[in-house]
Write a protein that binds this ligand. Sequence first.
Ligand code: G3P
Ligand code: MG
Length: 388
Amino acid sequence: ALYSTQRETKSETPPSFAFAFDIDGVLLHVAKPIPGAAKTLRYLQDHNIPFILLTNGGGKLEAERVKDLSSKLGVHLTTENFVQSHTPFRQLVEGGDGEENSLRDKTILVTGADAAKCRDIAESYGFKNVITPADILFAHPSVFPFDPLLESVYASTHRALPKPIYAPGGGRSLTNSLKIDAMFVFNDPRDWALDIQVIADLLLSHAGYLGTYSSKNADPSLPACGWQQDGQPPLYFSNADLFWSTGFHLPRFGQGAFQAAVAGVWRRITGGHELQRRAIGKPYGETYRFAELVLGAHRHEILRTQGYHEPPGTLRSVYMVGDNPESDIAGANEYASEVGTEWCSVLVRTGVWSPERGGQEVLKGRLEPKVVVDDVEAAVRWALEREG
Ligand code: G3P
Ligand code: MG
């Protein structure tokens, strides 16, 4: 047997624990499975031990990414237990904390590695009016004074804007101008220059009308003077990872580097103001809360098909197996489950963190895992032994 703990026969009580696996650096290095990953997932499936895949990656429809992962790992996976960095954005269609905040019929701007793909994902979540930087660039090429980096991609993916952008003196009033109600970074953008320009334009606008400039920006005569205080669209990021583990032997920049670039430019524009933004993904509690809901529903389904009738709230521990202390480990350590489930952090040596880079001394406080093990197989073995 792969693990010393035997679970061959059905016991009276189902396992009161589950796993959450990070993908890059735990299960995969870009396209290549990490040794032991596939057989570990298969073992859990065969023994009806629930798990969820919880990644800060994104940029593909959940169904597509799962299909791709299944074929890379040779393990059948479904979207039922799968959360990408942007999956929780789905909740904002309904408003998240109330229908009055619903963005379903509002106009949102999305960007990412392939903004047209991000539009497809946003539409699959239920957002009805989604525009991309390419739509803006095509309708108004002068918004970006340089040669566009991805011209042919933009040419083939842009759509007509629902309304043109505001232009003073052009007979264009606000009511017939394009208004953006929220901005979303779905995954790692490629054309930082165009994206930062468009995002900054909207952060400086009056109430999200592209082409306007807010009169409230840093006006000291106003009681609440400052920036981003004139109904500008909120800016959402789905993944704060500065680095991630790829095929190269050193970690590479992730979406967090783009976020830092936007915040840095904003600081220069505003003379030192911190960019107000909303970030989800690991390590943020919102993502762990969402993951716990998805995992709970998935576990319930596994138990139901096994003939168990478990009352809700019986999941005692979730083992978060990750490679990035700042993301997977800090998130699990800091998340306080509303239903009292323990999130136990397990760090592997196959990804961003390694004893040579970062080393043991960074693993302190919020970054300190419950245990450090070689790889995902060893992580599951450790957890199963702990569970007895
Ligand atoms: O863009 C991917 C990334 O930053 C990390 O993905 O699976 O390690 O959370 P993951
Ligand atoms: Mg990772």
